[in-house]
Design a binder for this molecule. Structure first.
Ligand code: DX5
Ligand code: ZN
Length: 214
């Protein structure tokens, strides 16, 4: 089954509760955390996640675009994340492994995220222990960018690795997902689609979510 994860990065932060309710028919709520160091943008952090957790029962899929995530995973887990994605490029492998261990100990689902430059094989050391792999289909940092078709190969390769080592693992894609690009990523093997602009810039977000479910 295809799951849709609206990204609140494209929501109106002054009306966040309303904008979360508008996407309640979706499967996950995607929360983009940016630190101004790993990516050239700063978004939201722990206090906002805590507030979101108080106001919704939706599954909170928290995408950490931060350097050295091992420093913060426990805090984000306690703030209410249901799943935490950490970027493989954000620290040395031993610290990535340590961060994943802490996430698991907190009872939160574990995911690694790949920038477009990162090869699919980079997930191999972790794959058997992951709940989800997130393949970026834009450079992380901003909503509203154009989908990178060149990432379809990476999605296919990650799907093959998942099928071989951990078929229960989900494959999420993030960036430029819209009704035109959704069939391409699903055909390549994605099963969780993040969508910011395609959902929140639409007149009717619920209809936009339905349009992405193919
Ligand atoms: C970008 C973020 C995305 C972003 C996607 O770095 O990780 O989640 O919100 O936005 P759209 O769907 O507009 O490309
Ligand atoms: Zn994201």
């Amino acid at each position: 089954m295809i799951k849709i994860a609206p990204s609140i990065l494209s929501a109106d932060f002054c009306n966040l509760e309303r904008d979360i309710q508008r996407v309640s028919s979706a499967d996950y709520l995607h929360v983009d955390v940016m630190d101004g160091a790993f990516v050239p943008n700063i978004t939201i952090g722990v206090p906002v996640l805590q507030s979101i957790r108080k106001h919704t029962d939706m599954f909170l899929d928290v995408h950490l675009m931060i350097d050295k995530p091992v420093r913060y995973v426990e805090t984000f887990a306690k703030a209410g994340a249901d799943l935490l994605s950490i970027h493989l490029e954000a620290d040395h492998p031993e610290h990535i492994a340590q961060a994943l261990k802490v996430i698991g100990e907190c009872g939160v689902k574990k995911a690694v995220a790949l920038r477009p430059i990162t090869k699919a094989e980079a997930v191999l050391p972790y794959i058997e222990d992951l709940d989800l792999v997130l393949v970026m289909t834009v450079e992380p940092g901003f909503g509203g960018q154009a989908f990178m078709e060149s990432q379809l190969d990476t999605i296919r390769q990650v799907r093959a690795i998942i099928e071989k080592y951990n078929p229960a693992c989900e494959l999420e894609v993030d960036g430029g997902i819209a009704p035109k690009t959704a069939p391409l990523v699903v055909e390549a093997g994605a099963n969780v689609l993040v969508a910011g602009s395609a959902v929140y810039k639409a007149e009717d977000p619920a209809a936009a979510i339905r349009a992405l479910r193919i």
